[in-house]
Structures are given as C-alpha cells and as structure tokens.
Design a protein around this ligand. Sequence first.
Ligand code: NAI
Ligand code: MHF
Length: 291
Amino acid sequence: MNPTATVPPAVGTSLLDDFSLEMTGKDVPKLEEAHAGIPRGTRINVTFLAGEDPGMRFAAARAVKRLGFVPVPHISARRLPSQRHLEEFLAGLAADGTAENVFVVGGDPARPEGPYEDALAVIRTGLLQRHGVRHVGISGYPEGHPAITEHSLWSALGDKSAVLGAQRIAGDVITQFGFDADRVLGWVEDVRARGVGLPVRIGVPGPAGVRRLMTYATRFGVGTSASIARKYGFSLTNLMGTAGPDRFLHALAQGYDPARHGEVKVHFYTFGGLRATVEWIARFRRGDREG
Ligand SMILES: NC(=O)C1=CN([C@@H]2O[C@H](COP(=O)(O)OP(=O)(O)OC[C@H]3O[C@@H](n4cnc5c(N)ncnc54)[C@H](O)[C@@H]3O)[C@@H](O)[C@H]2O)C=CC1
Ligand SMILES: Nc1nc(=O)c2c([nH]1)NC[C@@H]1CN(c3ccc(C(=O)N[C@@H](CCC(=O)O)C(=O)O)cc3)CN21
C-alpha cells in the first residue's frame, strides 16, 4: 500500500452510514424501482413542492413506510393557508402512522399564505407533539439564503433548536445543498460554536446533469462560482455533462472531525433521479471499501 495522501480518505464508515434521501410525491414509482438498493430504516424525506396535494404527500409517506423506510414528510409553514390545514395534514399523517418524523421549513413564498410566518411558528403551536411527532428536522444554510439575513438565519436556528429541546422533541438540521465542502464544514463549526448540538445532515445533490444542477442552484440561491464548480467536478462550460458528489464527499470526509463538528451525516437531494442516486451511493461505497 502506498501510504501517501493521494488516496482520498474513506467516506464509508461514519459519514455515509445512515444517509438520508429526498423524493417528491411524484417519485413513488421510482422508489418502488429503487427500494431493493436502499438500506431498510433509511430516512426518506418527502418534499413539499408547490402544486402537489395532500393526497400525494400522504401516499408518498405511506409508500416509504410500506417499503421499509422512515418517512419524513415536509411541512412548509408559509404554504399553509390555515391552522385547520396544518391540523388536517398532521391528523392524516397520524392516521397513516407516518407522523413520527417531519421536516418543518419556512417555505419559498415571499409572504405567508396563512397564519404561519416561519417554521418556528409551526413548531410553537404544539400541534406537532399532539399528533405524535417525535422528531423534527429543520433547515440549515451553509452558504446563506438569498432572501434571509445571516442574523435571521442564526437566530431562527437557535430558537428552533431551543424550542424543540424545551418540547422534548428530537431533531436534526438538514442543510441546503451546496458544492463547497470547506464552507459547509466551517458552517458546522459555527453551528456548534452557537451551542446547537443537533445532528447535522449535509445536503448534497445526487448525480445529475450539470445543466439541471445549475438550474436548481440558481433557483434556490446556491452559489456556483467557476472555482467551486471545478472543485466539485463540473465545468460550467460543459452543460451537457453529469456530475456526482464524489469530490465533495471526499473533501467532506477529509475535513470532518467529530470532535469539532459533532454528529454529521449526508442527505441526498435526488431531483428526480432516485434510482441513479441509490446506484451512485452503492458504487461510491464499494469504491471506497476497495480503495
Ligand atoms: N432547505 C430546503 O430544503 C428548503 C428550503 N426552503 C427555503 O426555506 C426558506 C426558509 O425556511 P427556513 O430555513 O425554515 O426558515 P424559517 O422558517 O426558520 O425562517 C427564518 C427567518 O426567515 C424568514 N423567512 C422564512 N421564509 C422566508 C422567505 N421565503 N422569504 C423571506 N424570508 C423568509 C422568517 O420570517 C424568519 O425570520 C424558504 O425561503 C425557502 O427558500 C424551502 C423548501 C425546502
Ligand atoms: N429554497 C428552496 N426551496 C425548495 O423548494 C427546495 C430547496 N430550497 N432546496 C432543495 C429542495 C429539494 N427540491 C426539489 C425540487 C424539485 C424536485 C424534482 O424532483 N423536480 C422534478 C420536476 C418536478 C416537476 O415536474 O415540476 C425533476 O424531475 O427535476 C425535487 C426536489 C426543492 N427544495
């Protein structure tokens, strides 16, 4: 064996164990195709996209559960027209046995469609526990957010973490996808410095076409400078290519120090490519083991 640093550190053991996935309500047939390749008990988030109705979200969460995984349905505070909608959504999940884990996010609308201004307002209602929620995911933004100040992001994170703690609800932080592993690790250190000890799931895109990655990055205000893109493994001039998070995850593994960063895992945004993501993860882990 060559003991030099040219061999990337194995990501296999800690970082990729217990990875989580994200799908939409429309992805149920894809999950059915891909399920054999996903470890049982994997947490699978069901995104709250505009234009999907509660029925689709319930069905997706049920499918996740039926196939042996842990459904994590999303609740978008600003997209809730009323308290009744929130109650009915939670009651529907509870009736299906899929309410135990949820992810609560503010949501993209510039103005709330109903009574909930942000994720904290939903958490504060107390309705989550009343419907059997025991674990709440909240969002994190290692690269900031185009419409929310750093100050608001940090105080929201601190408040949500404190209120969940007071409610004795477990939680984790799932980050917006990004392309800059060093920036992500620096941000996780800041999270710890601010006294937030929740496990952090680092959001990464599954393998996808460069054009699609760029489109989503632009839409969600994620930075893609040429140098970061190159480090990640895609060229902004080759929009026809495909890029996976190989280099990103190796860089993350290289910089990850449990003593400084606490509990860190990986969350894959599959963007319509559930099966490609699952196959990519299996290949990547095999490659890692075989070194
Ligand atoms: N990370 C993800 O996977 C997803 C993120 N989002 C994003 O979530 C953002 C905020 O959600 P959280 O991080 O849970 O923050 P949050 O709900 O904890 O709110 C933090 C602060 O930002 C403000 N805020 C929330 N949504 C906003 C918006 N759309 N525009 C302007 N200000 C807003 C709130 O009033 C509050 O002061 C949304 O704007 C959206 O971009 C939406 C869906 C998925
Ligand atoms: N600010 C913000 N808002 C979001 O809505 C959001 C984020 N950030 N970060 C990433 C997650 C994941 N998101 C998505 C968005 C699209 C698909 C998706 O599967 N899109 C389909 C097309 C869907 C359609 O037909 O409209 C695709 O095949 O790409 C999945 C996850 C949205 N999410």
